[in-house]
Design a protein around this ligand. Structure first.
Ligand code: NAD
Length: 319
């Protein structure tokens, strides 16, 4: 397939695209390159804001994968106006162009953060999202803008992802288990803001499989799919990281437990993604940590701004 990946130079794209190339797909990336470019040299990368694309550019692609945007709450809170443009308008605009250019499938990087603060019962895709902060509102709006374009010639799949973790050539340490790993290595201490909060973990290896399965799915398949490897309470996840460092590295990692209120709390069912898309979720805290050990090696320098989205974002958009 010929696939356009918008926002493909980010954390997810930099791990996904080598797999798409290996699977024989022809890839073009459009990305503003906020965090640099760690993609294989053979991949064509166009440095551009997706909002400046025209339908002509999309002609000839079989699928568009939309990964672009402000990808966490701190970025969205820092600049709500940029957030609503990038996360609510830009995906709808790209889906609109794709449909008019004759692209058959649009895959959107949705987020479970749209669910907001729930009572912690396991929820499926029918649960009415109740996120009330800029990131969660805008991620929902971006997906809705694309979903309303579905017809017999245009398929839209929203992969409603849990919080990712694991290795990518464009690394992030501002994500769930990746942050705990970085803190355990650099400070021998993990700070848990609220141990009772539920979070679905999505191992990046499972995320890659989800995008591959969404591309392969028959064109009649549309809609929202929760994608999560497993749900954890944050305190439970921190215990697992502490145990791992004790067992594998003989390190005594301390846990600092606070009871800070959180804006998100949700536990999601991945049943629909398993049954309809055929995703075989295999990620766990343990295998994410093993992957980080293997790919980062010893003496890794965690102290680089590009690993922490908000640091780069504040430099780029000082005003
Ligand atoms: N990482 C997670 O845990 C997670 C969880 C749920 C959902 N998501 C969603 O998945 C997507 C990808 O996440 P990520 O972790 O790879 O993010 P990332 O921040 O690493 O990458 C985002 C990329 O988008 C690019 N970009 C931003 N606005 C653009 C625009 N208008 N035009 C072109 N390029 C633009 C940036 O330059 C960057 O390379 C995001 O939309 C995010 O909201 C991520």
């Amino acid at each position: 397939m010929k696939i356009l990946v918008v926002g493909g130079a980010g954390y997810i794209g930099s791990r996904l695209i080598p797999e798409l190339v290996r699977a024989g797909h022809e890839i073009v990336v459009v990305d503003q390159l906020w965090f640099g470019n760690y993609l294989p040299a053979a991949v064509r990368v166009v440095q551009q804001d997706s909002l400046s694309l025209r339908a002509d550019f999309m002609r000839g692609f079989d699928a568009v994968i939309f990964l672009a945007g402000l990808s966490n709450d701190p970025m969205a809170e820092y600049s709500p106006h940029l957030n609503f443009i990038a996360n609510a308008s830009a995906p709808a605009h790209a889906a609109y162009l794709a449909k008019h250019a004759g692209v058959k499938r649009f895959i959107y990087a949705d987020s479970c953060s749209v669910y907001g603060f729930t009572d912690g019962e396991e929820i499926d895709e029918n649960y009415a999202p109740r996120g009330v902060y800029p990131y969660s509102i805008s991620k929902l709006q971006g997906g809705l803008g694309a979903l309303q374009l579905i017809d017999r010639n245009f398929s839209v799949i929203c992969l409603r992802q849990g919080t990712l973790s694991g290795f990518s050539p464009r690394m992030r340490f501002d994500l769930f288990i990746n942050t705990m790993y970085m803190k355990a290595v650099t400070e021998n201490k993990i700070t848990v803001n609220n141990p009772a909060i539920w979070r679905p973990l999505l191992a990046i290896s499972d995320a890659v499989e989800a995008y591959l399965k969404a591309l392969e799915a028959p064109l009649g398949i549309n809609g929202v799919f929760n994608v999560a490897s497993a749900n954890f309470q944050v305190g439970e996840a921190a215990d697992k990281v502490k145990d791992y460092f004790g067992r594998k590295h003989g390190a005594e990692v301390k846990l600092e437990i606070n009871n800070t209120p959180d804006i998100r709390n949700y536990r999601v069912s991945n049943k629909k993604a398993k049954e309809v898309l055929g995703i075989n979720f295999q990620g766990s805290v343990e295998n994410v940590l093993e992957e980080l050990d293997k790919c980062l090696g010893k003496n890794f320098n965690f102290d680089q701004d590009r690993f922490y989205n908000i640091k780069i974002f504040k430099k780029l958009f000082k005003e």
